[in-house]
Design a protein around this ligand. Sequence first.
Ligand code: PLP
Length: 443
Amino acid sequence: MGQEAEKNMLYSFTKLADVKEKGAVIIVKGEDCYVWDNKGNRYLDGFAGLQVVNIGHGRKEVADAVYNQMRELEYWHSFFGFTTAPTVELASKLAALNPGNLNVPHFVNSGSEGNDTAFKIARAYYKSKKKHGKYKIIYRNKAYHGMNMGAISANGFYGNRVPYEPLVPGFIRIPHCHCYRCPVGKEYPSCDIDCAYALEQIILEEGPDSVAAFIADPVQGTIGGYVPAVKEYFPIIREICDKYDVLFICDEVITGFGRTGKMFGIEHYPGVKPDMMVVAKGLSSGYVPLGAVVVSEEIAETLAENVFMHGYTYGGHPVAAACALANIEILQREKLVENAAEVGAYIGEKLNSFVEQFPFVGEVRATGMLYGLELVKDKKTKEPFPPSFATRAMDIARDKGLLMRISTGGLANLLCPPLTMTKAIADDMIDILKETYTELEKE
Ligand SMILES: Cc1ncc(COP(=O)(O)O)c(C=O)c1O
């Protein structure tokens, strides 16, 4: 079942024969932190779909907003000087929420499109400034920024890259920040945050005149297994980017809209302002697909002077914008960002005790409502299990009614529930995980 589940996880065509033979789980209904399949089984959604549904499932208010917008104007685009009323309102909302001077959104339909757009913006920006040689994009090991050709060229996991080679030229990898498995073999804080200075080293090796941007997410996502950077990391990154005129692209696709207990993950690093922020998932809580790259007026104007030939048919879709506005209204009115911080810390503390309770839980990483539980054969050597171990935990949990995930590569179990989660529902989630690990230990 382990390998089968892994295969199912990666094979995402909707092939009708497979749906019947392999018995795909057909989800038919959702409410708050729960979803139901077509056989009537209820699941506690410990992963918010795919780290998406921040406001919880089944919110009528969002459905009404979408319905009303469809009746008024079902579609219009953002080309040739056109836009729509909800799109403008959402732009203004994002400008008010975003850190620093990130005031101008370019709307897309997903995180992958957002990151590919950000890479194109970085390259076009320097071309516009007559710095034609500045095109390289630096990314981190274990990074996941999506599935499009640009995004997989900035991907730190071979399985996402190798089958699709050759990739886009000009992408360069550096080590990531991961204290439990330090890529430079040191210990925090005596390491002097060498992983951050790896950025400066590579810029100098490649030549500052050739580097356009550095991309990172505040908490490294599904490949890394929800690894937050140490507090010094992003201030150092910002300083290096300023020093060498390199744009810092902050991927907030998972961490945006309250997930980490702050509106945006980068706010955990006071004073650090990205040059571009990419958002998706929690922007609309997935009720309708939506993403955006938000840039400063300076970047937007520089591009406008030289015509930025880029955009998607559905970019700035009025229905998606109306959905996002209703979603943000709920996030703010119900103080879900604060809930993610408070209930998130409560869950984090309880999960942390798993390190004592189970011989195979090596580390628990908790940031807001993001949890990575690293599973190891031996706590001293940190030797990992094969991916089938974490997959088995995922399968047992699913049979017990809890949906969670494994990190890509299989070193960790991941939890990322809706931000509406109460302490009572959190207790249920933790109990099921405890039962799951107890069963796994017996096996
Ligand atoms: C950090 C991060 N960036 C980008 C993406 C890609 O987003 P999408 O799947 O909406 O294209 C994801 C998806 O999981 C992600 O986790």
